[in-house]
Every structure is written in structure tokens, then in C-alpha cells.
Design a protein around this ligand. Structure first.
Ligand SMILES: NC(=O)c1ccc[n+]([C@@H]2O[C@H](COP(=O)([O-])OP(=O)(O)OC[C@H]3O[C@@H](n4cnc5c(N)ncnc54)[C@H](OP(=O)(O)O)[C@@H]3O)[C@@H](O)[C@H]2O)c1
Length: 252
């Protein structure tokens, strides 16, 4: 099977680092024009643009801010005219034990929801309007194993924010399928990025490996090919699905 994404413009949020960077690389290598979103890692985003080449450009937006998030979509559409797919990948995992004061705990909760979930909702809203006008499109949501299995007591907001992304994606798939809009969820387990590094540092790689069936930790390059496939249109009848990429950690 040969996947050719040439002619497609794809916005990847949180493409400056981690899983998003590898998704952007692999989409670019398959011929897509990639709009590389970042917030604080501008050097990394600019370097990635150079690496991918073509018409790829970097776009800055703090996704904790609703109007910046909405502006991001308009900025990208303004440059390229048409967007074919949005990968809602940017996210944060804030360590937030219940021992924190109510004010601090609520701040963590709100920030997590704003960056992970509300921003995906705002981009979904903008994308649906654009896709309806342009004959369709695809949305891909980066949820988590935590959406289904839950997370530890220190990451309640993170798990809740990722659970919401699954129901958002399924709602889009149900509501807009007849308008040629497809929505998919990917739910990774631990993936070796700076987000997972805190847990690896705290508990050790052996502990993390003990929770999966395979003999090495999942890398961003183990997640990105699934995004390329879903963006290609070859799997459109999987709309509404969730693809687990967690090295059998539910069943291990
Ligand atoms: N790593 C894992 O084990 C794992 C497991 C399951 C799901 N996931 C999910 O996969 C996605 C990517 O995670 P990752 O591990 O690649 O994380 P990462 O390495 O920490 O990268 C996070 C990305 O999100 C962006 N970001 C963070 N805060 C932002 C904000 N306020 N506004 C805009 N962008 C922001 C960052 O941009 P800047 O650096 O430019 O600010 C960065 O590009 C997340 O949604 C995460 O929840 C990760």
C-alpha cells in the first residue's frame, strides 16, 4: 500500500515536540503540506519546518486561550486556503495531588481542560464550518489510555480531559458523517516523550515496561503511522473509532 498525501494540508497541534513532531514529519514525508503548530518551542518548530520543507509553516498559539485557538485555525486557513485535516495532538499532563489547596487544584483542572479539551472543541467548531463549506475533512484526536483505564490519583484532570476527547470525536463522527466529515481517536499508552519522562524518572523504565506486553517502550514513531493512515482516507469507514496504541497494556 502506498500512501500519498500530496494535495492535502494538515494542521498538527503541538507539533514542536514529542508525538506531534513525529506525526508532522511522517505526514510531510507522505507528501502533505503540514501546518506546524507550537506554543513556546519556536526554535523546534522552525527547525521542523526546514526539515519537512515544501510549503510547511509554523504557527504559534497558546491553546489555553480561546481566542488564540480560534485565530490559529483562521491563520492556517488564511495561508493555505483549504485545510483537509486537523490533528488535535497538543496536550499537558499536570501533576495535581488532592493535597493541593482547592484554588491550586482547580487552577490545574481548568488549565488541563482548557489546553487538552476546550482547545480541541474550538478547533473542531472552526474545522466543521470550514469542512462543510469545502466538501468535507478529517479530525484526529489524541486521547490516551487514561480515557478508558483512568489514571492515578494525581492525574484526575488529565484522565477526565482525555475521556472527553473520545466523546467529542464520536459526536463529530455521528453528527457530520453525511457531510463527509470523519473523526477518529487514537489512545496511546506511555510514549517516550518529555511528558512520559516524569513517570519514567519517578518509577524507572522497568516499572513502565512491566505494564506492557512488548519489550521496549512505545516511541512517537510507533504512533505516527496510524495518523498517516487515518489522514489518507483509506480508513474512512473507521470513522468514530478509537485505536489503542498501548502495547497490550489493557490485557497484560
Ligand atoms: N507521552 C505519552 O505517554 C502520552 C500518552 C498518551 C497520550 N499522550 C498525548 O499525546 C499528545 C502529545 O503528547 P507528548 O507526549 O508528545 O507531549 P510533549 O512532548 O510534552 O509535547 C506537548 C506538545 O503540546 C504543546 N503544548 C503544550 N502546552 C500547550 C499550550 N498551552 N498551547 C499550545 N500548545 C501546547 C507543546 O508545544 P510547545 O512546546 O511549543 O509549547 C508540545 O508541542 C498529548 O495530547 C498527550 O496527552 C501522550
Amino acid at each position: 500500500m502506498h500512501i500519498d498525501l500530496s494535495g492535502q494540508t494538515i494542521l498538527v497541534t503541538g507539533a514542536s515536540r514529542g508525538i506531534g513532531r513525529e506525526i508532522a514529519r511522517q505526514l510531510g514525508a507522505s507528501g502533505a503540506t503540514v501546518a506546524i503548530h507550537y506554543s513556546s518551542s519556536s526554535d523546534e518548530a522552525v527547525a521542523l519546518c526546514k526539515e519537512i520543507g515544501g510549503k510547511s509553516e509554523a504557527f504559534r498559539a497558546d491553546l489555553s486561550d480561546a481566542s488564540e485557538t480560534d485565530r490559529l485555525f483562521r491563520d492556517v486557513a488564511g495561508v493555505y486556503g483549504r485545510i483537509d485535516c486537523v490533528v488535535n495532538n497538543a496536550g499537558i499532563a499536570v501533576h495535581s495531588p488532592l493535597e493541593k489547596s482547592l484554588g491550586d487544584w482547580v487552577d490545574d483542572w481548568d488549565r488541563t481542560m482548557d489546553v487538552n479539551t476546550r482547545s480541541s472543541g474550538i478547533l473542531t467548531r472552526a474545522a466543521i464550518g470550514h469542512f462543510v463549506e469545502n466538501g468535507g475533512g478529517r479530525l484526529i484526536y489524541m486521547a490516551s489510555r487514561a480515557s478508558f483505564r483512568g489514571d492515578s490519583e494525581d492525574y484526575l484532570a488529565y484522565a477526565a480531559s482525555k475521556g472527553a476527547m473520545v466523546s467529542l470525536a464520536r459526536s463529530v463522527a455521528r453528527a457530520y458523517g453525511k457531510q463527509n466529515i470523519k473523526a477518529f481517536t487514537i489512545a496511546p499508552g506511555f510514549v517516550r516523550t518529555s511528558m512520559a519522562q516524569d513517570a519514567i524518572d519517578a518509577y524507572g523504565e522497568d516499572f513502565v515496561l512491566g505494564g506492557i506486553a512488548l519489550d521496549r517502550l512505545t516511541e512517537p514513531s510507533d504512533v505516527a503511522p496510524t495518523v498517516v493512515l487515518l489522514a489518507s482516507g483509506l480508513s474512512d469507514h473507521a470513522t468514530g473509532c478509537t485505536i489503542d496504541i498501548n502495547a497490550a497494556s489493557y490485557v497484560h
